[in-house]
Design a protein around this ligand. Structure first.
Ligand SMILES: Cc1cc2nc3c(=O)[nH]c(=O)nc-3n(C[C@H](O)[C@H](O)[C@H](O)COP(=O)(O)OP(=O)(O)OC[C@H]3O[C@@H](n4cnc5c(N)ncnc54)[C@H](O)[C@@H]3O)c2cc1C
Ligand code: FES
Length: 303
């Protein structure tokens, strides 16, 4: 495994674990790209159980909202999990402002169904933007089961490419694409996939994770050639237990809850238009919360 908790942290872990109750301590923090941070968090019970494709629901403090984050990696020796977080709104920005040594109130998981990985399977894992944080553990899981991994990592520009060393360590071949051509292949992740197909690389399955338009575009590419495609959906979640209905999506004409039935589904059956509409339903409230967050962080302490 490439991403492991630095050794110097390990020695101090046992005595310091949960000193004042069940909070989750941040062991390390590392900036991977603009607004994207990797945290290693002390959570031995989650590290032991987690499987590729699963996520946690995080609540920073008593008044904080719950947000889902993929378990990007786990280090069993240290009992820690990695979260890779893109600061897009109030909670993710507040989280990304925390430092090593700080604590998080709740980390609940592992949640969701693990990725189904058949031994020896040939997979093309596609991660667009923060989707690389979900693609990496799946690629590592495929490799661990004797499969063959081809990977496409996409980003808008070179500075936003994340987890390339990690992907490189588990992939038999990989392509980086950037929208502006500043690094790797100039273009979108779909062009990376097309390149593999043109080279005659054979896949049993494509797994695509990233922004909705990206996952939709991959599905439109693979549908006519009958290449099975799994996507990992990212609706707004509230409780993460299948009770609130917040994460409902339509797949193959049936209602599914992403938190318990997913997050992975057959991409050729997902109603992307409905999901895109639901994702924008709270835009006004999110913008308001984000503005409050920014003005709070800009205010002088005690001011
Ligand atoms: C199963 C699952 C796994 C996820 N894993 C990760 C991860 O590993 N790393 C990570 O950085 N993010 C991940 N996300 C997305 C993350 O949960 C959201 O970015 C977060 O909830 C936003 O909260 P906020 O308060 O910071 O922003 P908000 O103020 O709630 O939203 C800010 C902006 O982000 C958009 N947004 C909010 N939620 C989502 C979402 N679920 N998907 C797409 N756009 C959204 C809003 O429309 C708005 O434009 C995951 C989501 C799901 C459902
Ligand atoms: S988050 Fe409530 S049902 Fe899935």
């Amino acid at each position: 495994m490439v991403g492991v908790v630095p050794r110097r942290i390990f020695g101090s872990l046992k005595s310091a674990r949960f000193p004042g109750g069940a909070v989750y301590r941040i062991l390390t923090k590392e900036t991977l790209a603009t607004d994207i941070v990797r945290f290693w968090i002390d959570a031995p019970h989650i590290a032991r159980k987690r499987k590729p494709g699963q996520f946690v629901i995080v609540r920073l403090n008593e008044t904080g909202e719950r947000i889902p984050l993929t378990i990007a990696d786990a280090d069993l020796r240290c009992g820690a999990i990695a979260l890779v977080v893109q600061g897009v709104g109030k909670t993710t920005r507040t989280l990304n402002a925390l430092a090593a040594g700080d604590s998080i109130l709740d980390v609940v998981g592992p949640l969701g169904r693990p990725t189904r990985i058949e031994p020896g399977v040939r997979v093309c894992c596609i991660g667009g933007g923060i989707g690389a944080a979900v693609a990496y553990p799946i690629a590592a899981g495929v490799k661990a089961k004797g499969g063959r991994v081809s990977a496409v990592l996409g980003a808008r520009t070179k500075a936003l490419v994340i987890l390339e060393p990690e992907i490189k360590a588990v992939a038999d071949r990989y392509i980086v694409t950037t929208d502006d051509g500043s690094y790797g292949m100039h273009g979108l992740v779909t062009q990376g996939l097309q390149q593999f197909l043109a080279e005659g690389v054979e896949f049993d399955e494509v797994i695509a994770i990233g922004p909705l338009p990206m996952m939709r575009a991959v599905c439109e590419l693979t549908r006519p050639i009958g290449l099975p495609t799994t996507v990992s959906l990212n609706p707004i979640m509230v409780d993460g237990t299948g009770m609130c209905g917040g994460c409902r999506v339509t797949v193959g004409g049936e209602s599914k809850f992403v938190c318990v039935d997913g997050p992975e589904f057959d991409g050729h059956l997902v109603d992307f238009s409905e999901l895109a509409a639901r994702l924008t339903a709270y835009r006004e409230q999110e913008a308001e919360a984000s503005a409050q967050c920014r003005s709070l962080s800009a205010a002088p302490i005690g001011g």
